[in-house]
Design a protein around this ligand. Structure first.
Ligand code: ADP
Ligand code: MG
Length: 138
């Protein structure tokens, strides 16, 4: 069993895509074991994306991620990290496969609606960044 962190980013919440994303998770049998709405501060977004600190898009990305409410979830299942990344599609929506969340809904390489962890180690860091053990229900 694996766990991953999912975020419906501020653009997804603003555009009314919470239900659309959750519908796709449930349709693909990705079990939601924690969920809440947050509004990250700039500092919280910077800590979350610390791995990208040196990237040219870091400033813009962390401003965007702290620009409005987001929905954070923990998903659990076999190979859930890869399965959820498949549902999301490539980072750049222009390169994302047909039928993926980013292909259908992203408007920009930055405003790409959803986040998903990319490996077990990053998933563990990202889940602990937003949830304590009492908030994870299973
Ligand atoms: P992913 O979210 O697919 O794991 P990354 O971890 O590489 O992608 O990047 C984190 C987030 O930073 C992306 O989801 C996107 O919002 C933003 N981003 C990535 N690359 C760029 C870029 N070249 N220009 C602007 N924003 C970017
Ligand atoms: Mg990433």
């Amino acid at each position: 069993m694996e766990r991953t962190l999912s975020i419906i980013k501020p653009d997804g919440v603003e555009r009314g895509l919470i239900g659309e994303v959750i519908k796709r998770l449930e349709a693909d049998d990705l079990k939601i074991i924690a969920m809440k709405m947050i509004h990250m501060t700039k500092a919280q977004a910077e800590g979350f994306y610390a791995v990208h600190k040196q990237r040219p898009f870091f400033e813009s990305l962390t401003t965007f991620m702290s620009s409005g409410p987001a929905v954070v979830m923990v998903l659990e299942g076999e190979n859930v990290i890869g399965r959820y990344r498949e549902l999301m599609g490539a980072t750049n929506y222009k390169e994302a496969a047909e039928g993926t969340i980013r292909k259908e809904f992203a408007t920009d390489i930055e405003k790409n609606v959803v986040h998903g962890s990319d490996a077990p180690q990053t998933a563990a860091f990202e889940i602990a960044y937003f949830f304590n053990s009492f908030e994870i229900v299973r």
